[in-house]
Write a protein that binds this ligand. Structure first.
Ligand SMILES: C[S@@+](CC[C@H](N)C(=O)[O-])C[C@H]1O[C@@H](n2cnc3c(N)ncnc32)[C@H](O)[C@@H]1O
Length: 407
């Protein structure tokens, strides 16, 4: 797969033969690795029966994706124990850091994304400087008006959250050098790789380590601490573009709405929130229910039980803890073989989260503060992927959305 086809080759790149796992990466799939999901049928399609056998001589796991996506998802639904899920969530940063450390030298493992302005035509606005003040701005008072005055005449500001290696910002920086780019990731190694990118320019880029699930105040402090070369920091409410690409799926489902609230509060009036992530029935999700490990692993890939009786630990053990389990039942939340986490969304779910997040943000505002309004759309996009040489193909499915802050 090339990046132009869409997202990181998430589950495509883990080596089934070696680990029966998938990797969360922006890389093209490796030969035998990619076979793992080659047999995934198109969602909603008729029954497909395909067997995949690795070419490695000694280990020959066999995956059979047999049936419709719904039938496949109905299999192997035993979930990991709540205690194990809690441990995974607590160590999420460590696992991502390991992921980047392990793949840092395996170039060209990480590839820049050159497809983004094809998928989001709104990015063409990065060619402009920030709009001149409107009559409204002149009339506005307080901190927000001051920020907009400071931004006047400067390049547009982009924020990439969970930036990985900076695959989103650098192709944009090349095309729109007049814009300014802020990016963060909570994996230290990812931040290091982003800063070491050949196109990194400290006068245009402010890159730092940060956990998106922390309160907004923690992020505000880091935004304000931009290095002097970068000039005037871009702050909350000042971004013309905020992108969240294959990042929300890495968070616990309980954090999805609040993370979106943070992203919305960063948008400038007129700014765009751009979203892309894995969708329900994506080939990578089907694969989680078809791997040999799905049925025999002590702690399976599925983290969220479909019914409480499917939990591998006795339900009474979960009841003994004071806190409810970290993950609600019936959610498509999984761990990859390297213990990074991934979720598969529906478009309705994302639309609802964005709407709830906007409402929550407005409820948190004091009297007289400007209410935020968003307009946008979200859809499912499908991308057929194939590797003719190796004779495999699959359907990747993504939730793709964009919302404009209209007020
Ligand atoms: C699947 S990768 C996508 C990377 C990049 N956005 C891309 O599309 O290539 C998910 C990224 O989210 C980062 N991440 C996961 N949880 C995060 C959090 N709570 N705060 C910030 N970054 C996070 C991971 O370190 C990883 O770099």
């Amino acid at each position: 797969m090339t990046d132009d086809a869409g997202p990181p080759a998430a589950s495509l790149s883990g080596s089934l033969a070696r680990t029966s796992s998938s990797g969360p990466t922006a890389a093209a799939p490796r030969s035998t690795d990619a076979q793992a999901i080659q047999a995934a049928s198109a969602p909603g399609s008729a029954t497909v029966t395909t067997a995949v056998t690795t070419k490695r001589p000694r280990v020959k796991p066999r995956i059979v994706l047999d049936g419709t996506p719904d039938e496949i998802l109905a299999r192997n639904n035993r979930a990991a124990s709540p205690a194990f899920v809690d441990k995974l969530l607590a160590r999420a940063g460590t696992h991502w850091n390991k992921f980047y450390t392990n793949h840092a030298n395996a170039t060209p493992f990480f590839k820049d994304r050159h497809w983004t302005d094809r998928e989001w035509p709104q990015l063409a606005q990065l060619a402009e400087v920030s709009e001149a003040q409107s009559a409204d701005d002149n009339a506005a008072e307080g901190v927000q008006a001051e920020r907009r005055r400071l931004a006047k005449g400067k390049g547009k500001a982009v924020l990439e959250v969970g930036c990985g290696t900076g695959a989103f910002i650098y192709p944009l920086l090349e095309r729109y050098p007049q814009a300014r780019y802020v990016a963060f990731d909570f994996a230290k190694k990812a931040v290091e790789l982003t800063k070491n990118h050949p196109l990194h320019d400290p006068s245009k880029c402010h890159i730092f380590q940060h956990d998106l699930t922390l309160p907004l105040s923690a992020l505000s402090e880091k935004l304000a601490a931009a290095p002097s070369e970068f000039g005037e920091p871009v702050r909350e409410g000042g971004f013309d573009v905020v992108s969240c690409i294959f990042v929300l799926s890495a968070l616990s489902p309980k954090q999805h709405m609040e993370a979106l609230q943070t992203l919305i509060s960063l948008l400038a009036p007129g700014g765009w929130l751009l979203f892309r992530d894995y969708a329900w029935h994506d080939a990578a999700q089907l694969r989680f229910h078809s791997l040999p490990s799905a049925s025999y692993a002590t702690e399976p890939s599925l983290l969220s039980p479909r019914t409480s009786s499917d939990v591998s630990e006795a339900p009474s053990a979960a009841k003994e803890t004071a806190d409810p389990p970290s993950v609600d039942p019936d959610l498509p939340f999984y761990r990859r073989g390297d213990n990074t986490l991934t979720y598969f969304f529906s478009s309705d779910e994302i639309a609802r989260h964005v709407s709830d997040a906007t409402a929550a943000l407005n409820n948190s505002k004091g009297e007289g503060e400007v209410r935020v309004e968003l307009e946008g759309a979200v859809e499912i996009v499908e991308r057929e992927m194939e590797n003719r040489k190796e004779g495999w193909g699959c359907t990747r499915r993504f939730v793709h959305g964009s919302w404009r802050r209209t007020r």
